[in-house]
Design a protein around this ligand. Structure first.
Ligand SMILES: [Zn+2]
Length: 404
């Protein structure tokens, strides 16, 4: 009897401790440094060029993060970081092969569901337009699609992440051919968020907008994703070893500092965890990130205690907000970064160098089948046999998109 009651007491104490620790964390802010190479950042730390990142890690930890599932690019990266799944589960493999993240799988949606939509504000303020996007499925005239694809062939796809989405389904309606292309990764998830704003491009715009929203939502519980794109853009333009890339990282750090200062000014810092996370690195000395799996996470979360994988970040966040991960369906592929897990290290050479090729779109994309006269086949395959016409003039904005 005594032993039984002791066990009960122990359990009660443990439960209480779990509740308190969950209660401690009211808000989480994830700050994305798109395209930040781990080694480059560590060299800058040695030169003390990233004071705000260093201050945050001093309170908590800076750990190595590797990418072992999905491409080292933007679409795959942010999807994995903000869901906690392998690419096979979300269907977002790379910038060119993707579908909308299945409904309910993102951190944003899980938090909305856990707390109730009125009890938490979920906000995403994003520098990029392409690849962290929420456009719905598109129906493109076949000829237009063909012309766009032809233009794509001229692009060197070996350069990291270049080229637009390929694939889609040919559908025929009233004798006219169309190609239905899948919605973008954040198409479904963004419908459940309080704010999804992308395409702000410059760090200054992203940072300023984020601070406005923090001010506006200071009396609510919140989860923010703030995405800075400048290092990625400058890395592509000037190369990983350029001064411009270094300066863009300094800018990320500076704006991170301003955001942290804002959280402090609003009196929220003691209840708020901040995580700096990265989608992919950069090929050493190059202008691309075709295989750049080495990144990092820096945080004021003192419970983080090990290096990990890109898919471990979402479980860490969900756990801090008090979610019972054993009840998350489907089971998360990552493990919280305060729990022991086998260390996954990305190999030095790309284990799957063809993963970005033959990206013929996913058969299971959410496009609805049309009834009656509709026929479907894989558009990428059909294009080989299709007559090449270039009636279309310059391509629409999507084809001109330079984000990668
Ligand atoms: Zn890029």
């Amino acid at each position: 009897m005594f032993r039984k009651s002791m066990n009960f007491m122990t359990i009660a104490v443990l439960l209480l401790a779990a509740c308190v620790s969950a209660k401690d964390v009211k808000n989480i802010v994830v700050i994305g440094w798109d395209g930040s190479q781990r080694n480059h950042v560590k060299e800058m730390i040695e030169r003390k060029e990233l004071p705000n990142l260093m201050a945050l890690s001093k309170e908590g930890k800076m750990v190595d993060i590797d990418v072992t599932s999905g491409a080292t690019d933007t679409k795959a990266g942010w999807t994995q970081i903000l869901t906690g799944y392998r690419c096979e589960v979300t269907g977002v493999y790379s910038n060119s092969r993707y579908q909308p993240i299945p409904e309910g799988y993102s951190v944003f949606e899980r938090l909305e569901k856990h707390f109730g939509p009125d009890k938490i504000d979920t906000v995403a303020i994003i520098g990029k337009k392409g690849h962290v996007d929420n456009d719905g499925p598109q129906k493109v005239h076949y000829e237009k699609w063909l012309a766009r694809e032809k233009k794509q062939e001229a692009i060197n796809k070996k350069a990291a992440g270049l080229g637009n989405m390929q694939g889609g389904k040919i559908i025929e309606e009233n004798g006219k051919k169309f190609v239905e292309t899948p919605g973008k990764p954040w198409y479904l998830a963004s419908q459940h968020m309080d704010l999804f704003e992308n395409g702000l491009i410059e760090n200054e715009k992203v940072g300023t907008r984020a601070m406005e929203e923090l001010e506006k939502r200071k009396d609510h519980r919140f989860f923010f994703f703030i995405h800075f794109a400048n290092p990625d853009h400058d890395g592509h333009k000037f190369g990983e070893n350029s001064q411009e890339y270094t300066d863009a990282l300094k800018s990320d750090d500076e704006w991170t500092g301003k955001i942290v200062a804002k959280i402090k000014e609003l009196g929220l810092y003691k209840d708020t965890l901040v995580y700096i996370v990265v989608d992919h690195g950069f090929n050493e000395g190059e202008k691309g990130h075709s295989y750049a799996p080495y990144v990092f996470m820096a945080t004021n979360d003192s419970r983080v205690n090990r290096d990990g994988d890109r898919m471990d970040i979402a479980p860490t966040i969900l756990k801090r907000f008090g979610l019972d991960l054993s009840k998350v369906e489907p089971k998360l592929d990552g493990t919280p970064l305060d729990e022991p897990a086998e260390r996954k290290i990305a190999p030095a050479e790309n284990p799957n160098p063809n993963s970005n090729k033959n990206a013929a779109g996913l058969g299971k994309a959410t496009g609805k089948k049309k009834s009656g006269q509709t026929t479907e086949k894989n558009a990428a395959e059909s294009k080989k046999n299709g007559r090449r016409k270039s009636r279309e003039k310059q391509q629409e904005a999507a084809a001109a998109n330079t984000d990668v």
